[in-house]
Design a protein around this ligand. Structure first.
Ligand SMILES: NC(=O)c1ccc[n+]([C@@H]2O[C@H](COP(=O)([O-])OP(=O)(O)OC[C@H]3O[C@@H](n4cnc5c(N)ncnc54)[C@H](O)[C@@H]3O)[C@@H](O)[C@H]2O)c1
Length: 345
């Protein structure tokens, strides 16, 4: 019998791509999203790609009663992938309580409902922000690197959520979890039917690059060119969102079908550190489109350099990033062109 996965935040950027990969791997998907940072048309995009319409419930995960009604309606949910969260670092500094409430109450509600409805597997979207700035000897960073004090309320919610899941599993509840620590997700589905829809001024580099290339933003600022890196700009590990989505399928198979530890942690990155300057340069080369950019002063709170050691994901989870950076950047541009064609931006 087909297994059913509840995907919270499933109309969002990573959730929509993961829904596609889950369906293509043979799972039934139920999406729960309150549409606070996405729209219901995404469900049409998913259906166009896979030929299967996922079930969709517009529900806020903080509303326990409404959430429970979803578990009661779809009786045979086997696993949950929990994407739903507020994720803007800057906003979290201005509105910390909104972030603490949304990101922890959602999690608590799901964890409390799981044993009641016999749901066994839980995959959590964490982030490399938990590592802060790793010391030189901890780069590339492994899952065993020390967790550092969070730089923002958003980052802190990821750490707190990891701890809540760990403590719950250690209490002996019959649940298994995989915590995926994402590096920097980028790109869009090659069909350009789903992608990233930033609200207002983008916080992430790639939407800023594509919007500047499109003329929506006047200029891209590269913050800081005096870091201790080969070209002086910050270094990150950019992971193609379709590759990232596939890591969730592997993680779900692992918690539901394999005899493994009750809680495991995996870095989801390429193992390739790329500078901000290189991203802009590669984007221009991959698309043939010029980006108006200049250097600006360092931005407070930015980490200088971090990239993944993905050996554990490669060898234990059986997942590996397949795509080249240029390919991912091309899909981001194709998606931006599609948004323009549809008159979205
Ligand atoms: N994109 C990144 O750079 C990145 C990096 C590391 C970790 N993550 C984590 O991955 C997850 C998904 O990120 P994304 O980039 O797809 O974000 P996104 O904003 O595109 O998707 C999140 C979705 O959750 C929904 N949502 C938010 N609060 C909700 C609630 N209370 N109830 C129901 N739905 C709710 C939003 O409407 C949105 O559709 C988040 O947990 C995020 O913190 C993202």
């Amino acid at each position: 019998m087909k297994q059913t996965i509840l995907v919270t935040g499933g109309t969002g950027f990573i959730g929509s791509h993961t829904t596609v990969e889950l369906q293509q791997a043979g799972y039934d998907v139920v999406i729960v999203d309150n549409l606070s940072n996405s729209n219901a048309e995404v469900v049409d995009g998913i259906e166009q790609i896979t030929g299967i319409r996922p079930a969709f419930e517009q529900v806020d995960c903080c509303d326990k009663q409404a959430l429970e009604a979803v578990f009661a309606k779809y009786k045979n949910i086997n696993g949950i992938i929990h994407f739903a969260a507020s994720k803007a670092v800057g906003e979290s500094v201005e509105k910390p309580l909104l972030y603490y409430r949304n990101n922890t109450v959602s999690l608590l509600n799901l964890l409390e409902l799981m044993p009641v409805y016999g749901v066994k597997g839980f995959i959590f979207s964490s982030s490399c922000t938990v590592y802060g700035q790793p010391s030189k000897e901890n780069l590339p960073v492994t899952e065993d690197a020390p967790i550092q004090e969070a730089c923002s309320p958003y980052g802190n919610t990821k750490q707190i959520n990891e701890e809540i899941i760990r403590d719950y599993i250690h209490s002996g509840v019959n649940i298994k979890s995989v915590i995926l620590r994402y590096f920097n997700p980028i790109g869009a589905h090659p069909s350009a039917l789903i992608g990233e829809l930033p609200n207002g001024v983008p916080n992430n580099l790639i939407p800023f690059v594509t919007q500047t290339a499109m003329g929506i933003r006047n200029e891209l600022k590269i913050f800081g060119n005096d870091y201790d890196t080969p070209d002086g700009t910050c270094i990150r590990d950019y992971i193609y969102v379709v590759d990232l989505a596939k890591a969730h399928v592997k993680a779900m198979q692992r918690v539901l079908d394999m005899d493994t530890e009750p809680i495991e942690y995996f870095n989801v990155g390429t193992g390739r550190g790329v500078s901000t300057y290189e991203v802009v340069d590669k984007f221009e080369k991959a698309t043939g489109v010029k980006v108006n950019w200049s250097y600006a002063a360092r931005r407070e709170g930015d980490i200088e350099k971090v990239w993944a050691n993905p050996d554990k994901a490669n060898n234990v989870l059986g997942w590996k990033a397949e795509s080249e950076l240029e390919e991912a950047l091309s899909t981001a541009w194709k998606w931006q062109l599609k948004l323009r064609e549809k008159g979205v931006m």
